[in-house]
Design a protein around this ligand. Structure first.
Ligand SMILES: C[S@@+](CC[C@H](N)C(=O)[O-])C[C@H]1O[C@@H](n2cnc3c(N)ncnc32)[C@H](O)[C@@H]1O
Length: 196
């Protein structure tokens, strides 16, 4: 099944991490959490982009710490849910589009993404586009799943993914012109801050 249909279906199935009970929210933070937020060095002067914003789980934490947050997601139903969840934050713009083909109008001080990179087959193209969207000295903060499975198996459907490895990501980032600034690790993910 394609990614867009899968994430549209998750909303129909009422699977929304933003609305998870606290114990499940804590579990999701084992892919990012405070360690990931710290890498972003957010402050009210920063213009920020989240790739694969989902229903707004991380956006609700970053929006209050930055000047403006743009969130992009492929799934229309997910973006619709994100609009509801993130209504209290006046400084968020949401775009329903494919990150790789979206024509952005501006550039950003921080681009971040969690639990999304495994959906991209051509990771070099993603990182090259991030580079082109970053201001000088801008940060690309990335969380990659440690899970090396090539499928998300939902029981009733399977979605092909493209697992990430730290060495490949660092190599692609450096080929694109980014420098590795910081590395960190959580229970379920490797975290990076790359600087332009
Ligand atoms: C596992 S969810 C993670 C959502 C959010 N980052 C979080 O951690 O809660 C991955 C999200 O990436 C989005 N996505 C996948 N491929 C994308 C693409 N090419 N462009 C934009 N969004 C994409 C999916 O629609 C989905 O909402």
């Amino acid at each position: 099944m394609d990614i867009k249909t899968h994430y549209d279906l998750l909303i129909e199935e009422n699977n929304d991490p933003f609305r998870d009970p606290p114990v499940l929210q804590k579990y999701m933070e084992s892919w990012d959490g405070q360690a990931f937020l710290d890498l972003m060095e957010l402050d009210p002067s920063k213009d920020v982009l989240e790739i694969g914003v989902g229903t707004g789980r991380l956006a609700a934490k970053t929006a209050g710490q930055c000047g403006h947050l743009t969130g992009i997601d492929l799934s229309a139903k997910t973006i619709e849910r994100a609009r509801e969840n993130l209504r209290p934050y006046p400084n968020i713009s949401l775009i329903c589009d494919d990150f790789l083909t979206c024509q952005f109008t501006g550039t950003f001080d921080v681009v971040y993404s969690s639990l999304t990179m495994m959906h991209f087959r051509d990771k070099g193209r993603v990182i090259g586009k991030v580079y082109s969207l970053l201001n000088d000295n801008g940060l690309f903060c990335l969380s990659i799943d440690k899970n090396q499975s090539e499928w998300i198996d939902m029981g009733n459907r399977k979605i092909r993914v493209y697992p990430d490895t730290p060495d490949e990501i660092i190599s692609l980032a450096e080929q694109a012109g980014l420098k590795t600034k910081k590395k960190a690790e959580t229970e379920n993910a490797y975290l990076f801050a790359f600087v332009k």
